[in-house]
Each structure stands twice: as C-alpha cells, then as structure tokens.
Design a protein. Structure first.
Length: 312
C-alpha cells in the first residue's frame, strides 16, 4: 500500500478562530496579560483543532503566542488546552518547549506562551533539521519525571488501539497481512512499557526550528513509556520524504539497540491507528484530518511491509 494521496499541506491544516471573533472580555483579558493592546494577530494554522492559536503583536512591539478555546462550544479542545497547561507546569522547565507564561480557566481556557521566532521544519525533511528534532527527543528522554506530574502509562493511554485492526479488516477484507499486523500491535504494552516522558504527537507542525535549536510544542498528551517511541514516530514524515530512516534507527542512541521486532510492533500499532481513523467521518472543524491520517497510515504500512518482507 504505497501512499495514494499527497502529504498534508504543512502548517495549513487547521480551521481556527480568529482574534476578532474572540469575545471582547477574552480579548481584554489577553491584552492585560500581554501588557499592551494587540495590534495584529497572525493565526497559526498547523494542526487539526479549531481553537484560537495566534502570534499576537502588541502596540509596544512585544509578541506573544496565545491559544484559547470555549469550554461550552469547544469542550474537547478546551480540555486539551487545560491538560497542556497542567502538564507544562511540571514539564516546562525540563523539556525543550516554549515557556507557558500564564493561563486562564473559566468559561474559556486561555494559554499565553513566550513567543519563539522559529518556523516549521522544511518539507521535504532535511537531515540537519531532523537531527535537531532527534537531539531534542533525546533531551526529552533524559528528563526525570517530576513529582506530581501524574502521567498515564502508554499501555493505558493507547489501550484501545490494537482493536482498530478489527475495524480495518472489516473495511478492507483484502488487505494482506492484516492478521499479522494485528498480532504485532497487540504486543505494544509489553514492548513500550517504561518510565520515560514521551510526547506522543511528534509531527513537523508540532515543532519550531530556530537557527541552532528546535522547540517541541503542544504538550497535551505526554505519557510514560519506553524512551524510543517518539523517535520512531518522528520518522514517518522523513520516511515519506525519502530520507533513509533505517540508517537513522541504526545510528541514534535511543533506537540503535532496540530489537527490530519491537520497532515493528510500534509501526503496526501506528498503522492501525491511522488507517482506521482515516475511515471515520470527517469532523467539520478539521477538514484535513482524515486525509492526513490516511497519508500517515499508508506511509507507515508501506514501511512495515518492507521491514517484514510482506511485499506491497
């Protein structure tokens, strides 16, 4: 199953609220925290949520990154932002993430971050920028788990994913080797158990590159897991863009000693997640989500079948 569609438009997948449509009292709240009136707002349209996410420029020349979601109208996304704020209070000083400067949680959840003058990684992926990402993931893997962080084990957080292969077999009864992939995915808890902080949502639109470092954003759902999970996940886009990810796995500190079978278990788990989710209804607030998941699923499936010698 080679990819049949183009990759998602990097940085242009979200349909977000704009500054002028935020309630006046929320705009006033943000300006109080920023310390100056907002004169312009540049929406950041990566990702797949409809919440507000913009770089704000104020009259005093300062810049700020602010996210916001309505608890009533966007409950799921408000909860996601609330979780991000909670987890960054523990992890923020320890991981390469933009600093959370303030938060507000009432009828709206609003987060204010330091502004990072960076850009998304270039696509196709370049080896130097991928190295920056993998270096950052090694830093994350060395992060001690702070007391009180209350992170779920990955086995609990992703417990439902192996069953996705049942749906895939129903939707695609002619997909060869689906049974073997399902059996691999079912082993993920034993393979990925660990006590290391893992982000779980590493993609090109969740990182920012500056001149000499890389920042990882959107810490909504970190878990405790084996230290190499994020590194394997991070290679999906580079694999699709033609980089030799097998050489990367063999050379990086977090993956070079991981048994090949364990990597295959993770690829089977991810393929099941993406391929099943791609067939679900398209959310009206996220028109690019299912196409993106389909593309990711096909990339991972091709990678897995190549590693297992299953053929296309």
């Amino acid at each position: 199953m080679s990819p049949t569609i183009d990759p998602p438009p990097s940085g242009r997948t979200a349909r977000r609220l704009e500054w002028r449509f935020l309630p006046p009292h929320i705009r006033a709240l943000v300006e109080r925290h920023c310390g100056s009136p907002v004169v312009s707002a540049d929406s950041r349209d990566g990702g797949f949520t409809p919440g507000f996410a913009s770089v704000l420029t104020c009259a005093d020349g300062s810049q700020h990154f602010v996210k916001a979601a309505s608890v009533k109208a966007q409950r799921m996304f408000a909860h996601s932002y609330r979780e991000e704020a909670r987890k960054l209070r523990f992890l923020g000083p320890l991981v390469p993430a933009p600093r959370l400067l303030w938060s507000h949680d009432d009828e709206w959840v609003v987060l204010g971050f330091e502004y990072v003058a960076g850009s998304l990684p270039r696509r196709p992926w370049r080896s130097d920028e991928l190295d920056l990402l993998l270096d950052a993931l090694e830093q994350v893997a060395s992060t001690p788990v702070p007391a009180g962080a209350r992170l779920d084990p990955i086995g609990e957080d992703l417990a439902g994913l192996p069953a996705y292969w049942e749906t895939i077999r129903e939707r695609h009864p002619d997909l060869v080797h689906a049974e073997e992939a399902a059996a691999l995915a079912a082993r993920f808890t034993e393979v990925l158990a660990g006590e290391t902080v893992q982000h779980t949502d590493i993609r090109d639109d969740n990182v920012l590159v500056t001149k000499d470092r890389l920042w990882i954003c959107d810490w909504n759902w970190p878990v405790l897991a084996a230290p190499w999970f994020d590194t394997v996940s991070a290679l999906i886009g580079p694999r699709a863009d033609g980089l030799d990810v097998e050489a990367v796995l063999a050379s990086r500190a977090l993956t070079r000693d991981v048994p090949a079978e364990h990597v295959d278990v993770v690829l089977a788990l991810l393929a099941g997640h993406f391929l099943k989710s791609a067939g679900d209804p398209v959310p009206p607030t996220s028109p690019h989500l299912r196409d993106t998941q389909r593309w990711q699923g096909e990339v991972v499936w091709e990678w897995l079948t190549e590693r297992r010698g299953w053929g296309s």
